[in-house]
Design a protein around this ligand. Structure first.
Ligand SMILES: NC(=O)c1ccc[n+]([C@@H]2O[C@H](COP(=O)([O-])OP(=O)(O)OC[C@H]3O[C@@H](n4cnc5c(N)ncnc54)[C@H](OP(=O)(O)O)[C@@H]3O)[C@@H](O)[C@H]2O)c1
Length: 345
């Protein structure tokens, strides 16, 4: 039987990707959509300025958008996907959890809270059981699970492969991030055309902290952050989708460029519907991956890497992922599949 799901922030850039992926999903059935007060009461077709490069699902288009509060969502909804601005998520996500809903959230609020699991199922699925601690501490029947920031998700699967084989000590990363990462009203065309913006507010800190939580160890009570040092520099560029990142990874063990590529190529997906068979695609061509050519690797759920070079203390490489698919909507759905499989719904 399918799980009835609701989507908070359903009209936004990530919300629309959630609808695109959920409509044909074999485990989930869309039962409720919410957005801001200005969208509430309209049909989804009227409220969402549909910008996905696939038709709006006809059955979803006629659903009435509700206000973003627990009372507006039917009780028989088992799972909520949240793609709200973090200031809104901060306030309403706990209200949904308190009301008994399990929330798989893409918003940045609460990701580093000690009792909130932050997961990429192929990397640290075991951290989901932090929900038991969360429920004890907060007295919730519901639960809150987070996926990381889109720029963090892009590099972490590759880092995990290196860490497992060669022990990471230091990571330096510089990003080239697509405009869709800022949401529909995030960056104006006058700002970004013929330009690059060497600042994305709060993004560096997210990459530096979330990556250490994802690669940290969970002992059943708490997550110990990985002790590697991570420093990031984030840039917005005029691509539409797909974040490209240049990574310098220092390791305790010796690693060659070939070793690093082999370790990443060996990473498989997990037994969840949205996880690709091969998580990391390795390119041998030095000028790949590229956003326009490679963002749809494995239906947008894969990570593409290339450009391996040995450095004094490790390796340098480039990585790329689709920021609204693997980096946002697809990541939340994959976490929803994990919650379902682990019996949290
Ligand atoms: N875009 C990405 O690649 C990406 C990647 C990772 C994480 N994220 C995170 O995902 C979240 C959503 O991002 P986005 O790019 O989809 O943003 P967006 O395009 O601006 O969409 C925001 C959504 O939230 C709704 N909303 C805004 N204010 C609200 C309020 N006061 N009450 C209830 N609903 C409200 C909007 O509804 P209306 O249409 O009615 O205004 C819309 O549905 C953010 O936290 C962002 O940081 C985004």
């Amino acid at each position: 039987m399918s799980v009835r799901v609701g989507v908070l922030g359903a009209t936004g850039a990530v919300g629309q990707r959630l609808i695109q992926l959920l409509d044909p999903h074999p485990e989930f059935e869309i039962a409720a959509l919410t957005a801001s007060e200005s969208s509430a009461g309209k049909t989804y077709r009227e409220a969402a300025k549909w910008r996905v490069d696939a038709p709006i699902p006809t059955d979803v288009a006629e659903i009435e958008v509700g206000a973003t509060k627990p009372e507006a969502v039917p009780d028989d909804v088992d799972l909520i996907f949240s793609s709200l601005p973090s200031s809104v998520g901060q306030q309403v996500e706990p209200e949904f959890c308190e009301a008994g809903y399990v929330v798989s959230s893409n918003s940045s609020n609460g990701r580093m809270d000690e009792d909130v699991p932050l997961t990429i199922p192929e990397v640290n699925a075991d951290h989901v059981d932090l929900i038991e601690v969360q429920r004890d501490e907060r007295g919730w029947d519901g639960a809150l699970l987070k996926n990381p920031n889109c720029s963090t998700i892009t590099m972490v699967p590759a880092l995990e492969a290196l860490d497992r084989a060669f022990d990471l000590t230091d990571v330096r990363v510089s990003t080239l991030q697509a405009v869709s990462g800022a949401g529909y009203s995030g960056v104006s065309s006058m700002e970004i055309i013929d330009n690059a913006i060497p600042h994305i507010g709060g993004e560096e800190q997210k990459m530096e902290t979330e990556s250490r939580k994802l690669l940290g160890s969970f002992d059943g009570a708490e997550v110990q952050l990985h002790d590697m040092d991570v420093a990031a520099s984030c840039n917005r560029i005029p691509t539409l989708d797909g974040h490209l990142e240049n990574v310098w990874a220092d390791t305790a063990e010796d690693v060659s460029a070939e070793d690093a590529a082999e370790a990443m190529e060996a990473v498989t997906g997990v037994d969840l519907h949205s996880s690709p068979d091969q998580l990391i695609k390795v390119f041998e061509e030095p000028d790949r991956p590229q956003p326009r050519l490679d963002r749809n690797t494995e239906g947008g759920m894969g990570v593409a890497v290339g450009g391996f070079r040995e450095t004094t203390d490790g390796v340098q490489f480039n990585c790329l992922a689709h920021n609204t698919m693997r980096g946002a909507a697809g990541a939340s759905i994959l976490n929803g599949e994990l919650l379902n499989k682990r019996g949290y719904l």
